[in-house]
Design a protein around this ligand. Structure first.
Ligand SMILES: NC(=O)c1ccc[n+]([C@@H]2O[C@H](COP(=O)([O-])OP(=O)(O)OC[C@H]3O[C@@H](n4cnc5c(N)ncnc54)[C@H](OP(=O)(O)O)[C@@H]3O)[C@@H](O)[C@H]2O)c1
Length: 251
């Protein structure tokens, strides 16, 4: 079960953090993983490391918010592989500030990367998946979306919108054999969160609010990605799979 042998997967933002963890898990399940990020130099060492482990991976650098660059990326996938089976829209920006300090341009920039780009990439991926009547689109939302905190309006709005978009794509592409689901991570100890991981006050919050009493390890997101990408998830469509140690189920 859960083999991705022969599948081609694109993971955005795969140079580090949850993107790298999911790309690694997909590759271990047998997929050829196209690892995306803005900088080829940051992708090359991680691609090399996966290949050194006998896994199939390539770098595919483009900025997800750059429509022309993304289109060129998808054209390259078409030329080289002639197919795309799995898209993981992992890139996400955060801009924590109170609403009074959040300009419309700040909000637009967040929506551009966190909502518009996943829409555009899902559309481009679906165009490659539709002729084969098979595909898996996976979004990275967040526990911020259904839940919120002060000072996080733009991110919460974007991730809530992304969960809604997941359901819309599920409804529209489902009849064509393409499933769309999302993974909603809780608190993960990625590079981006290094400051908070080192913050003893925040550690207290984690121990109080997360039933498992700890941060998530990036590799703990991989199983959810492999499951949703696999044939075993063939009847799962429009679902947001929360991976948060129980945070959003308890108070
Ligand atoms: N970490 C958590 O605890 C957590 C919790 C809830 C939700 N999430 C969500 O999970 C996803 C991954 O989180 P993370 O913490 O692993 O992220 P991260 O550490 O910030 O990694 C982001 C990756 O995306 C790439 N990237 C950034 N902007 C890009 C762009 N415009 N185009 C292409 N690549 C871009 C970066 O590489 P380059 O800079 O080289 O381009 C980097 O490799 C995000 O959607 C986030 O909102 C994370």
């Amino acid at each position: 079960m859960f083999s991705l042998e022969g599948k081609v997967a694109l993971v955005t933002g795969a140079a580090r953090g949850l993107g790298l963890a999911m790309a690694t898990s997909l590759a271990r399940a047998g997929a050829h993983v196209l690892m995306n990020g803005r900088e080829r130099e940051r992708l090359e060492p991680v691609v090399r490391a996966l290949r050194d482990d006998g896994l199939a991976a390539s770098a595919l650098a483009f900025d997800v918010a750059d429509e022309a660059a993304a289109a060129a990326g998808f054209a390259a996938i078409g030329r080289e592989f002639g197919r795309l089976d799995i898209l993981i829209n992992n890139v996400g920006l955060r801009n924590r500030r109170p609403i009074g300090e959040l300009s419309l341009d700040d909000l637009r920039a967040m929506l551009e990367v966190n909502l518009t780009a996943p829409f555009a990439l899902a559309k481009a991926a679906a165009a490659m998946m539709l002729p084969r009547r098979h595909g898996r689109i996976i979004m990275l939302t967040s526990v911020a979306g259904p839940l919120s905190r002060a000072g996080d309006a733009a991110y919460t709005a974007a991730k809530g919108g992304l969960a809604a978009l997941t359901r819309s794509l599920a409804a529209e592409y489902g009849p064509h054999g393409i499933t769309t689901n999302a993974i909603a991570p809780g608190f993960f100890a990625t590079e981006t969160n290094a400051g908070r991981v080192a913050d003893t006050k925040f550690q207290g919050f984690i121990e109080l609010r997360v039933p498992l009493k700890r941060w998530g390890r990036p590799e703990e997101i991989g199983g959810a990605a492999v499951f949703l990408a696999s044939d075993e998830a063939s009847y799962v469509n429009g679902h947001v799979l929360t991976v948060d140690g129980g945070f959003s189920s308890s108070f």
